[in-house]
Design a protein around this ligand. Structure first.
Ligand code: M6R
Length: 361
């Protein structure tokens, strides 16, 4: 798993490779055939499980912003049984590292039966889900061996950005320039992950120090919300401790009752460039929980000084465009779970009760 975490700059770079022409326009050869159908897409439903579903949640924020196409994210095992609203103008995007997850495969088959166009974001060539789909966008994370997903997650998010930007470009010139600009920012992300991986000593120390912790909470907003969910899942899977991720705005609607002295809470702070005062609101969430005695473990961009007064610890990530931040913000959470589990003497590559691909429903 440690190796896979360190493979992440390559996973992102390789997933971006060859996606643009000399003029900076996106070219997706794999999805060219159903281009006419893609132009007619009126809604998108993402189907996936576990970590892949969190990549889908990130995709929702990004694709809706760039294309104005409504995107819904459904857990694949729920999708089949909820009488989904899907027709020939719906694009059903499945996300799966293995391409063999039975729940996701069944959702894809169901979508096909309902007349939808299906596109698979997948890391495994020749696997079943891409074969059952109309089009496939391969992620190039390389083989992921550790049971807990890390580099595949980053590659899935990257592929979803590429898909969103491609759809934006297909839908008209107004968005095309934006798409080029975002692609340029995306190209800078691998070097930023590399830089970030070089700063993880303090995160390791924190994890080792917290080896006896019984429960950890994770808060995030907007694209930081799925990052919070993923941070919690990594800790459950690897360290077998109770962890919960939730949308920071929900705090006062219930979860704040959990806050007591010493409770560790990771907070994923959006970029100060995020619109609608989101940044300010998250900073005031940190202030609220700190006032109630929480140990605030704050993930913030370089240069964001507003968080300092209320943070027990600040974990810095390189500055980047707000929608791209999950590719950086999740890295310290992966490293934290890895080292906490290791400090407990657990096998991080083969956690108990889990299989790398879940081929039964
Ligand atoms: O192979 P898939 O991406 O379809 O797998 C989906 C989930 O089973 C998977 O992401 C699972 O949640 C991982 N153990 C997460 O670390």
């Amino acid at each position: 798993m440690e190796k896979e975490i360190h493979d992440q700059p390559h996973a992102v770079a390789d997933t971006l490779l060859g996606r643009t022409d000399e003029a900076g326009r996106l070219v997706l050869d794999e999805v060219r055939i159903p281009e006419e159908r893609l132009r007619a897409v009126e809604r998108i439903t993402v189907v996936a499980c576990g970590t892949a579903s969190y990549a889908g949640m990130v995709a929702k924020y990004a694709i809706e912003h760039w294309t104005r196409i409504p995107v819904e994210v459904a857990l694949a095992h729920e999708f089949r049984y909820c009488d989904p609203i899907v027709d020939e103008n719906t694009l059903v995007v499945s996300i799966s590292q293995s391409g063999e997850t039975m729940d996701t495969l069944m959702a894809v088959k169901h979508a096909t039966d309902l007349g939808a166009m299906t596109l698979s974001v997948c890391n495994t060539h020749g696997s079943t889900i891409p074969r059952e789909s109309d089009a496939v966008l391969y992620t190039h994370a390389g083989p992921e061996i550790a049971v807990a997903s890390t580099k595949a997650f980053l590659a899935q998010i990257t592929a979803c950005y590429v898909l969103g930007l491609y759809l934006a470009q297909l839908r008209g010139e107004t968005y095309a320039d934006d798409a080029k600009a975002v692609m340029r920012e995306l190209q800078e992300i691998p070097a930023k992950i590399e830089d970030l991986l070089g700063r993880m000593d303090r995160v390791q120390e924190m994890a080792e120090f917290m080896a006896d912790t019984r429960t950890v909470l994770f808060l995030g907003r907007n694209v930081g919300y799925p990052v919070a969910m993923e941070g919690a899942l990594k800790l459950k899977e690897l360290a077998y401790i109770h962890a919960e991720g939730f949308a920071a705005g929900e705090l006062k609607h219930g979860p704040i009752a959990l806050i007591e002295a010493g409770q560790p809470v990771f907070v994923i702070v959006p970029s100060p460039d995020t619109p609608h005062e989101l940044h300010k609101k998250v900073v005031s969430n940190i202030q609220e929980i700190r006032a109630r005695g929480a140990r605030t473990l704050v993930i913030a961009h370089d240069g964001d000084d507003d968080v300092e007064p209320f943070a027990s610890e600040v974990i810095r990530i390189p500055a980047c465009a707000p929608l791209l931040a999950p590719l950086l913000a999740v890295v310290p959470l992966q490293v934290f779970a890895l080292h906490l589990a290791t400090a407990k003497g657990l096998d991080v590559d083969q956690p108990r009760n889990l299989a790398k691909s879940v081929t039964v429903e």
